[in-house]
Design a protein around this ligand. Structure first.
Ligand SMILES: *Cc1c(COP(=O)(O)O)cnc(C)c1O
Length: 374
């Protein structure tokens, strides 16, 4: 069947971005890109494989089902599970040789009962206040784990709350300080911790002291800057030479072209009224596909030109104005996100249309939509 909407993923861009990370972390740091959320919308399996072929060492997923998919696709690299694994599923962690992040005793107890060798990473609460073991409970927790001979504390981890949302990094510095204190306490108490990691994309790019011996970049591995603030901070610190290549292009085709008279309403709620006669292209995608219903001032690219969205985004359809574009034909390709000639709609631009961030934009493009790798 001919695809009506699809995502083109540039393997070259993915490879390039991993190469850029390798350059900044050096050869001895474990590069563990995050492929959660369907590899930020780029397709879990293919993207994971491209990352590993390009020099990544590990892959990080959120959920067990993602790890299962990777193993079923014969991915044999270490896989780190960032999210919660239900107690009932912990046996699979051992069977599939996964690393998991741990922050509650129930999980430790259950792993102890299973009795098979397993490597865990303790998540330390340093200020994000989502997952994590409180600093005051840390030694007690590690002591509890050491009662189970099959469980190895392979690593300790934390996660920054405020690196990419600001150019003021004092909160991140405090978190890093706490993380270092936590490591010190564990080591003073005789725990030998092989791996220490805390860096997401922004921290990896901006702060060498966050690399330790493993980094977990997500968004930037796909060629997107975590935020404008991160980019500005990078430039302000005299950064140069680190270049990202966006890998994601989302396309569709024109499903109808029609002329509507002046004074006609377009779409549900009659929110748009034509001021003069207009040519409309009807596109077969909508919020079901991940084209956000709340966009403002959004446009798509047709024949290298901007065509503005008119009226509300429907479930499976949007309408765009092609009055000023010559030669438009039925089934012409349309770029929703990505480059067309001189014009480029970045995921960040789309995020600005929709009042959200690039992360949400690519991850919400429906998984059902085919990813084509080139
Ligand atoms: C998603 C995630 C990352 C990657 O973050 P980016 O900002 O996309 O680089 C790193 N660590 C953890 C724990 C995460 O959940």
């Amino acid at each position: 069947m001919k695809e009506l909407t699809w995502v083109e993923v540039s393997k070259e861009a993915l490879r390039h971005n991993i190469g850029e990370f390798r350059k900044i972390v050096g050869k001895d740091v474990i590069l563990c890109p995050c492929v959660k959320a369907n590899a930020y919308g780029h397709g879990l399996i293919e993207t994971g494989k491209v990352f590993l072929e390009s020099g990544a060492d590990w892959l990080a997923v959120n959920s067990l089902y993602e790890a299962v998919s990777l193993r079923e696709a014969k991915v044999s690299s270490p896989i780190y599970v960032l999210g919660y694994v239900p107690l009932a599923d912990l046996a699979m962690v051992c069977e599939l040789d996964l690393r998991i992040v741990v922050y509650d005793k129930e999980t430790v107890e259950e792993l102890g009962k299973i009795g098979k060798p397993v490597k865990i990473h303790l998540k330390i609460e340093t200020g994000n206040n989502r997952q994590g073991i409180l600093m005051d409970d840390l030694l007690d927790f590690a002591g509890f784990v050491s009662e189970f001979s099959n469980i190895e504390i392979e690593g300790v981890a934390t996660h920054f709350a405020n690196v990419e949302d600001t150019t003021d990094h004092s909160y991140a510095e405090k978190q890093l300080e706490k993380f270092n204190t936590a490591i010190e306490r564990l080591e003073d108490a005789g725990f030998k911790i092989k791996l220490k990691h805390c860096a997401n994309s922004a921290a990896t790019i901006l702060f060498r002291e966050t690399h330790f011996n493993m980094v977990r970049p997500g968004i930037a591995a796909y060629g997107m800057w975590p935020s404008k603030e991160t980019y500005i901070s990078y430039l302000k610190d005299g950064g140069e030479g680190f270049k990202l290549m966006p890998a994601f292009t989302w396309k569709t085709r024109i499903a109808q072209i029609k002329t509507v008279a002046a004074g006609e309403y377009i779409g549900y709620g009659c929110t748009y009224k034509t001021g003069s006669e207009a040519r409309l292209a009807i596109l077969p995608i909508g919020y079901y596909d991940g084209y956000d219903r709340c966009v403002h001032g959004a446009y798509v690219l047709i024949r290298g030109k901007r065509a503005y969205v008119r009226g509300r985004v429907c479930m499976n359809i949007i309408m765009v104005d092609v009055s000023d574009i010559d030669g438009v034909e039925l089934e012409d390709e349309v770029v929703l996100i990505g480059r067309d000639g001189e014009e480029f709609i970045s995921a960040e631009d789309f995020g600005n249309f929709a009042g959200t961030i690039n992360y949400e934009v690519t991850t919400r493009v429906n998984d059902r939509i085919k990813r084509i790798y080139n």
